[in-house]
Write a protein that binds this ligand. Sequence first.
Ligand SMILES: [Fe+2]
Ligand SMILES: [Fe+2]
Length: 168
Amino acid sequence: MTTRTSQGILAEENAEKREQVIELLTKAYWMEIETVMSYITNSVNPDGLRAQEIVESLRQDIQEELGHAQQFAARIKELYGVVPGSLEFSAEQSYLQPPDQQTDIVHVIKGVIEAETGAIEHYNRIIEVTDGVDFVTQDMVIAILRDEEGHRRLFEGFLREFEADGLA
Ligand SMILES: [Fe+2]
Ligand SMILES: [Fe+2]
Protein backbone atom coordinates (compact mmCIF):
# COMPACT_ATOMS: atom_id res chain seq x y z
CA MET A 1 0.00 0.00 0.00
CA THR A 2 2.80 2.42 0.85
CA THR A 3 4.29 1.94 -2.59
CA ARG A 4 1.30 3.47 -4.28
CA THR A 5 1.76 6.58 -6.31
CA SER A 6 0.45 9.86 -5.02
CA GLN A 7 -0.75 11.00 -8.38
CA GLY A 8 -3.67 10.18 -10.62
CA ILE A 9 -6.30 7.51 -10.32
CA LEU A 10 -4.05 5.09 -8.39
CA ALA A 11 -3.48 7.62 -5.59
CA GLU A 12 -4.86 6.76 -2.16
CA GLU A 13 -6.97 9.91 -2.08
CA ASN A 14 -8.68 8.89 -5.32
CA ALA A 15 -9.94 5.54 -3.98
CA GLU A 16 -13.56 6.62 -4.21
CA LYS A 17 -13.17 7.88 -7.76
CA ARG A 18 -11.42 4.64 -8.66
CA GLU A 19 -14.40 2.63 -7.39
CA GLN A 20 -16.69 4.72 -9.55
CA VAL A 21 -14.53 4.18 -12.63
CA ILE A 22 -14.33 0.43 -11.97
CA GLU A 23 -18.12 0.31 -11.74
CA LEU A 24 -18.48 2.10 -15.09
CA LEU A 25 -15.84 -0.15 -16.67
CA THR A 26 -17.63 -3.24 -15.37
CA LYS A 27 -20.86 -2.13 -17.00
CA ALA A 28 -18.93 -1.48 -20.21
CA TYR A 29 -17.37 -4.94 -19.98
CA TRP A 30 -20.81 -6.58 -19.73
CA MET A 31 -22.16 -4.48 -22.59
CA GLU A 32 -19.33 -5.72 -24.81
CA ILE A 33 -19.84 -9.33 -23.75
CA GLU A 34 -23.55 -9.14 -24.51
CA THR A 35 -22.81 -7.46 -27.84
CA VAL A 36 -20.50 -10.34 -28.75
CA MET A 37 -23.36 -12.78 -27.99
CA SER A 38 -25.90 -10.74 -29.94
CA TYR A 39 -23.62 -10.25 -32.94
CA ILE A 40 -22.84 -13.96 -33.12
CA THR A 41 -26.58 -14.70 -33.11
CA ASN A 42 -27.37 -12.06 -35.69
CA SER A 43 -24.47 -12.95 -37.93
CA VAL A 44 -25.80 -16.49 -38.23
CA ASN A 45 -29.61 -16.34 -38.15
CA PRO A 46 -30.52 -13.98 -41.02
CA ASP A 47 -31.73 -15.42 -44.32
CA GLY A 48 -31.76 -13.91 -47.76
CA LEU A 49 -29.68 -12.10 -50.33
CA ARG A 50 -30.03 -8.69 -48.70
CA ALA A 51 -28.83 -10.03 -45.36
CA GLN A 52 -25.41 -11.08 -46.60
CA GLU A 53 -23.66 -7.71 -46.34
CA ILE A 54 -25.02 -7.19 -42.82
CA VAL A 55 -24.07 -10.70 -41.72
CA GLU A 56 -20.53 -10.25 -43.03
CA SER A 57 -20.14 -6.92 -41.29
CA LEU A 58 -21.38 -8.31 -37.95
CA ARG A 59 -19.02 -11.25 -38.28
CA GLN A 60 -16.09 -8.86 -38.41
CA ASP A 61 -17.43 -6.73 -35.55
CA ILE A 62 -17.53 -9.74 -33.21
CA GLN A 63 -13.73 -9.81 -32.98
CA GLU A 64 -13.58 -6.07 -32.41
CA GLU A 65 -16.19 -6.16 -29.63
CA LEU A 66 -14.39 -9.09 -28.02
CA GLY A 67 -11.21 -7.01 -28.07
CA HIS A 68 -13.10 -4.19 -26.35
CA ALA A 69 -14.30 -6.56 -23.62
CA GLN A 70 -10.70 -7.69 -23.05
CA GLN A 71 -9.48 -4.10 -22.83
CA PHE A 72 -12.16 -3.20 -20.29
CA ALA A 73 -11.31 -6.29 -18.24
CA ALA A 74 -7.59 -5.49 -18.24
CA ARG A 75 -8.25 -1.92 -17.14
CA ILE A 76 -10.49 -3.08 -14.27
CA LYS A 77 -7.57 -5.12 -12.97
CA GLU A 78 -5.08 -2.30 -13.39
CA LEU A 79 -7.33 -0.18 -11.19
CA TYR A 80 -7.18 -2.88 -8.46
CA GLY A 81 -10.65 -4.18 -9.33
CA VAL A 82 -11.74 -7.74 -9.97
CA VAL A 83 -13.34 -8.74 -13.27
CA PRO A 84 -16.72 -10.30 -12.37
CA GLY A 85 -17.61 -13.92 -13.06
CA SER A 86 -20.30 -15.04 -15.46
CA LEU A 87 -22.93 -15.52 -12.75
CA GLU A 88 -23.06 -11.76 -12.33
CA PHE A 89 -24.11 -11.26 -15.93
CA SER A 90 -27.60 -10.04 -16.68
CA ALA A 91 -28.82 -9.49 -20.23
CA GLU A 92 -30.33 -6.20 -21.42
CA GLN A 93 -30.34 -6.25 -25.22
CA SER A 94 -34.03 -7.05 -25.75
CA TYR A 95 -33.85 -5.28 -29.13
CA LEU A 96 -31.28 -7.73 -30.54
CA GLN A 97 -33.28 -10.90 -30.01
CA PRO A 98 -34.00 -12.96 -33.13
CA PRO A 99 -36.94 -11.52 -35.13
CA ASP A 100 -40.03 -13.61 -35.97
CA GLN A 101 -38.88 -13.89 -39.59
CA GLN A 102 -35.19 -14.50 -40.23
CA THR A 103 -35.47 -12.42 -43.43
CA ASP A 104 -36.31 -9.39 -41.29
CA ILE A 105 -32.87 -7.81 -41.59
CA VAL A 106 -34.17 -4.31 -40.81
CA HIS A 107 -34.90 -5.56 -37.29
CA VAL A 108 -31.25 -6.55 -36.96
CA ILE A 109 -29.94 -3.27 -38.38
CA LYS A 110 -32.08 -1.24 -35.98
CA GLY A 111 -31.01 -3.44 -33.08
CA VAL A 112 -27.35 -2.93 -33.89
CA ILE A 113 -27.84 0.85 -34.08
CA GLU A 114 -29.50 0.76 -30.65
CA ALA A 115 -26.68 -1.31 -29.15
CA GLU A 116 -24.02 0.98 -30.59
CA THR A 117 -25.91 4.06 -29.43
CA GLY A 118 -26.06 2.66 -25.89
CA ALA A 119 -22.31 2.00 -25.96
CA ILE A 120 -21.61 5.49 -27.32
CA GLU A 121 -23.64 7.08 -24.51
CA HIS A 122 -22.01 5.01 -21.79
CA TYR A 123 -18.48 5.57 -23.13
CA ASN A 124 -19.02 9.31 -23.37
CA ARG A 125 -19.98 9.17 -19.70
CA ILE A 126 -16.74 7.34 -18.82
CA ILE A 127 -14.73 9.91 -20.78
CA GLU A 128 -16.38 12.69 -18.76
CA VAL A 129 -15.95 10.98 -15.38
CA THR A 130 -12.28 10.18 -15.98
CA ASP A 131 -11.43 13.64 -17.25
CA GLY A 132 -8.53 15.15 -15.34
CA VAL A 133 -8.11 12.14 -13.04
CA ASP A 134 -7.64 9.00 -15.14
CA PHE A 135 -6.22 9.84 -18.55
CA VAL A 136 -5.25 6.25 -19.29
CA THR A 137 -8.82 4.96 -19.03
CA GLN A 138 -10.01 8.05 -20.86
CA ASP A 139 -7.56 7.49 -23.72
CA MET A 140 -8.54 3.82 -24.01
CA VAL A 141 -12.25 4.61 -24.02
CA ILE A 142 -11.85 7.38 -26.60
CA ALA A 143 -10.29 4.84 -28.96
CA ILE A 144 -13.10 2.35 -28.29
CA LEU A 145 -15.70 5.10 -28.73
CA ARG A 146 -14.32 5.77 -32.17
CA ASP A 147 -14.88 2.12 -33.12
CA GLU A 148 -18.48 2.27 -31.89
CA GLU A 149 -19.16 5.50 -33.77
CA GLY A 150 -17.82 3.81 -36.88
CA HIS A 151 -20.05 0.77 -36.32
CA ARG A 152 -23.12 2.93 -35.84
CA ARG A 153 -22.36 5.03 -38.89
CA LEU A 154 -21.98 1.91 -41.02
CA PHE A 155 -25.33 0.51 -39.89
CA GLU A 156 -27.04 3.88 -40.29
CA GLY A 157 -25.88 3.67 -43.90
CA PHE A 158 -27.42 0.21 -44.25
CA LEU A 159 -30.68 1.49 -42.77
CA ARG A 160 -30.67 4.48 -45.12
CA GLU A 161 -30.43 2.16 -48.10
CA PHE A 162 -33.37 0.06 -46.90
CA GLU A 163 -35.37 3.23 -46.28
CA ALA A 164 -34.57 4.52 -49.76
CA ASP A 165 -35.81 1.22 -51.18
CA GLY A 166 -39.00 1.49 -49.12
CA LEU A 167 -38.09 -1.56 -47.04
CA ALA A 168 -37.68 0.16 -43.66
FE1 LIG B 1 -17.51 -2.47 -28.51
FE1 LIG C 1 -19.59 -1.73 -31.71
